[in-house]
Ligand binder design. Structure first.
Ligand code: PLP
Length: 385
């Protein structure tokens, strides 16, 4: 079936999918095999060895390409494995411009692994895209954007950054983990590569680790595939199946994440014990207009600072929450709470963290799809003395 022209809510279910060729299974079977029989050397049915390709992974890769409006998808063992593959496009001496506010694991990979191999990273504030130009030179090969940013929920104007990247012949890659393609499709805004931690909203059930890349251009897809196959951090068949199953409900889950996110953000903003709430849906959010322009909703990720809070008070609140589980990660059906300074962003030196506002008192919520009244009741009891 031709699925390219379907609307997003149909693409999540049918995009790039067709009944299995062997028995017509409607759901892609889990091809739990490392290798494939050949009739004569090279005589195979398109699959040779599962690091190079596996039918369950291919089904996921097609689905990823479809929901991101790209042409080629690649599925990885984790989000970081996907990022690792993108950076391996570069040579020693090449330069990358990226945001000073980045997922801690991306920062660690850039600084502590690729820094050692001579790739230079500039961590800058990208909320004003024209600042990027000050860091561009002949060696700039890649601009890496994460938006909304984690955990400060700043929004970076993808279309504006893409114009700068194109003018200077640098690739633009966007980590779309926080928004998901339901809210934002970076390739349609001019990005060359879109990246996902499929562990989050795409999988949606906190039961797997996986990553993805999607591109439009064949030559770029071929270079990324070469690195994926050569380095080997591919998504296994079982996890590919689970991500595919998650994607089928992405649109309905995201609707509820957005609804609950809005209710909780407003509740927190009115609460006398809260000093500040970071959520791009507020009209007074510094990048609200950009969010409105490039996103189809504001999502369920919210950060906040309790009034007059200390490190100990923030820890007391996150420990007191019951329905919001204190845990790393985000984007699952269940609500989670995290303390970025000591959890997701602990790998970033404290001076760097403080510069971008990730204080010891900042608390981050991944609002799930439970009943909103129960979530509010949980916050209410945790904020009480
Ligand atoms: N990008 C973002 C925005 C993330 O939040 C994460 C993980 O939390 C990653 C990338 C890394 O993904 P993974 O944990 O699947 O390797």
């Amino acid at each position: 079936m031709e699925t390219g022209n379907l609307k997003f809510n149909s693409k999540t279910i049918h995009g790039g999918q067709e009944p299995d060729k062997a028995y017509g299974a409607v759901m892609p079977p889990i091809y739990q095999t490392s290798t494939y029989a050949q009739t004569t050397p090279g005589g195979h049915k398109g699959f040779v060895y599962s690091r190079s390709a596996n039918p369950t992974r291919s089904a996921l890769e097609n689905a990823l390409a479809s929901i991101e409006d790209g042409h080629y998808g690649l599925a990885f063992a984790s989000g970081l494995a996907a990022i690792d593959t993108v950076i391996k496009l570069l040579d020693p001496g090449d330069e990358v411009i990226t945001s000073s506010e980045l997922y801690g694991g991306s920062y660690r990979l850039f600084k502590q692994i690729f820094g050692k191999y001579g790739i230079v990273f500039h961590f800058i504030d990208m909320q004003t895209p024209k600042h990027i130009v000050n860091y561009i030179n002949k060696r700039t090969k890649l601009i890496w954007v994460e938006t909304p940013t984690n955990p400060m929920m700043n929004i970076i104007d993808i279309a504006a950054v893409s114009k700068i990247a194109q003018k200077h012949k640098a690739l633009l890659a966007v980590d779309n983990t926080f928004a998901s393609p339901y809210l934002q499709q970076p390739l349609n805004l001019g990005a060359d590569i879109v990246m996902h931690s499929a562990t989050k909203y795409l999988g949606g059930h906190s039961d797997l680790i996986a990553g993805g890349l999607v591109v439009k251009e064949k030559a770029l897809a071929d270079r990324l595939y070469f690195i994926q196959n050569a380095s080997g951090a591919v998504c296994g068949p079982m996890d590919s199946f689970l991500v595919l199953r998650g994607i089928k409900t992405l649109h309905v889950r995201m609707q509820r994440h957005c609804e609950n996110g809005r209710v909780i953000a407003r509740y927190l903003a009115k609460h006398p014990k809260i000093e500040h709430v970071y959520w791009p849906g507020f009209k007074n959010h510094p990048n609200h207009n950009v969010a409105k322009k490039q996103m189809n909703g504001f999502g369920g990720m919210i950060s906040f600072i309790p009034k007059g809070s200390s490190f100990d008070e923030a820890i007391r609140i996150v420990e007191k929450l019951k329905l919001f589980t204190l845990a790393e990660s985000l984007g699952g059906v269940e609500s989670l709470v995290g303390h970025p300074a000591s959890m997701s962003h602990a790998g970033i030196p404290s001076e760097e963290r403080e510069k971008v506002g990730i204080s010891d008192t900042l608390i981050r919520l991944s609002v799930g799809i439970e009943d909103k009244d129960d979530l509010i009741a949980d916050l209410e009891q945790a904020l009480r003395e």
